[in-house]
Design a protein around this ligand. Structure first.
Ligand code: ADP
Length: 448
């Protein structure tokens, strides 16, 4: 086991990793930008190193500064959290060259799965069903038209290097294709420095269901069930739950076992998520995330496993000491992402938090780095916390969520808490009847 881990991240996830380390008796090193000198993860870590100015590209994405911080402090491993460098194969390679362990899969696995076309190809070869679409990238309008004819409209144009819901455009017919392809290409170029795009059948009423996997890189892998992340706005998740209200245990086992087998074949190390769209009883692979996800706590709540500790264990060379049949699911969990933004306009709301009161009690978990008097910097993601509730049944979970939201106080900045309070008044949410377009329609309705 490692003696000291450097956490290459900030906010709630840095704190989440720090807590796992502390329970394993591992020393922690926090890194931070000048804007985060007063952040909670810095206050709680055993040591901290300032790695640069506020802009992420000069601090949290500054590989040289992070490697130097490891060398100064003697950290043996780096936990990348999510976002920032967590899916950067080059970073994983550079750490390896410096004899520092990257807590996550091999650079090769990150690279394959990070390229969405390559990922789809690999998934298909491993026997995982994929969304119908172009075989590879499409570089010109003629190619795009051919694919459109083949798979039928509507289609969605997506960036090969995509992430965070950016660079996607829908075309409802051939005449919309030209503009959709060129806009997607230029957005992708601007956001990811790579303008390559591909085409998929646009599914009209799918759910987003993802399978959590854990592998030891030594041939064993298990699945930890699925999460339903269909409640999204602008292709970004706001509410996640486990299990999915749409699946029965047989469907869960079938897709889970298929995915776990594929991961074992890849000698996949660490946690990973295989994302699917699910429509009319069929699963369609869209992408894999080779890292810890924001929504991992709902899986922890229903399995009783600490996913970060599991990541650290396999990274330090341990084999999985359990089989699929040892994984037991119980109850239901829901996570609400609390963002510092206006819940209707999504305009970010950084600034001073005058007062904070977190809900508590049985089955309530808060993952947040917020404290009274904290000043939310304007430079980073607007996620300021996650409320995760557990119940023996989905109904109990919903009641507990309603109760928890009513206790939650964050003063001084706008948050998304009112959105969740409203969602709990919706019959479709109570019944679990929603797809990936439901929330956008609801928001359009409430804006009138
Ligand atoms: P990103 O990497 O940017 O998050 P994903 O491929 O994971 O992109 O897609 C994000 C979201 O976009 C999905 O959860 C879904 O809501 C929507 N989406 C992606 N592909 C399709 C598709 N083929 N049909 C309909 N919606 C899609």
């Amino acid at each position: 086991m490692f003696d000291k881990i450097l956490i290459a991240n900030r906010g709630e996830i840095a704190l989440r990793v720090l807590r796992a380390c502390r329970e394993l008796g591992i020393q922690t090193v926090a890194v931070h930008s000048t804007a985060d000198a007063d952040a909670m993860h810095v206050k709680l870590a055993d040591e901290s190193v300032c790695i640069g100015p506020p802009a992420a590209k000069d601090s949290y994405l500054n590989i040289a500064a992070i490697v130097a911080a490891c060398e100064i402090t003697g950290a043996e491993a780096v936990h990348p959290g999510y976002g920032f460098l967590s899916e950067n194969a080059k970073f994983a390679e550079i750490l390896t060259e410096h004899s520092i362990k990257f807590i996550g899969p091999s650079a090769e696995n990150i690279r394959t799965m990070g390229d969405k076309i390559e990922a789809k190809r690999t998934a298909k070869a491993l026997g995982i069903p994929v969304v119908p679409g172009s075989e590879g990238g499409v570089s010109n309008l003629e190619d795009a038209k051919r694919v459109g004819k083949d798979i039928g409209y509507p289609v969605i144009i997506k960036a090969t290097a995509g992430g965070g819901g950016r660079g996607m455009k829908v075309a409802n017919n051939e005449s919309e294709l030209e503009l959709a392809v060129s806009t997607a290409q230029s957005e992708a170029k601007a956001a990811f420095g790579n303008g390559e795009v591909y085409i998929e059948k646009y599914l009209q009423k799918p759910r987003h269901i993802e399978v959590q996997v854990l592998g030891d890189g030594q041939g064993s892998a298990v699945h930890l069930g699925e999460r339903d992340c269909s409640l999204q706005r602008r292709h970004q998740k706001v509410w996640e739950e486990a299990h999915s209200p749409a699946l029965n245990p047989e469907q869960r086992d079938a897709i889970g076992n298929r995915v776990a087998k594929a991961m074992a074949n890849m000698s996949y190390e660490g946690v990973g998520t295989i994302e699917f769209l699910y429509e009319d009883g069929e699963f369609y692979f869209i992408e894999m995330n080779t890292r810890l996800q924001v929504e991992h706590p709902v899986t922890e709540m229903i399995t009783g496993l600490d996913l970060v500790q599991e990541q650290i264990r396999v990274a330090s060379g341990n084999k999985l000491n359990y089989k699929q049949s040892d994984i037991q699911f119980s109850g239901h969990a829901i996570e609400c992402r609390i963002n510092a933004e206006n819940w209707q306009t999504f305009v970010p709301s950084p600034g001073k938090v005058d007062a904070v009161h977190f809900p508590g009690g049985l089955g309530v978990r808060i993952d947040s780095a917020l404290y009274s008097g904290y000043r939310i910097p304007p430079y980073y993601d607007s996620l300021i916390g996650k409320l995760i509730v557990f119940g023996k049944t989905r109904t109990e979970c919903l009641m507990r969520l309603r109760r928890s939201l009513s206790e939650f106080v964050i003063e001084g900045v706008d948050t998304t808490i009112p959105l969740f309070q409203r969602l709990l008044g919706e019959e479709d949410i109570i019944n679990g009847h929603y797809d990936i377009h439901w929330l956008e329609k609801f928001l359009a309705r409430t804006a009138q």
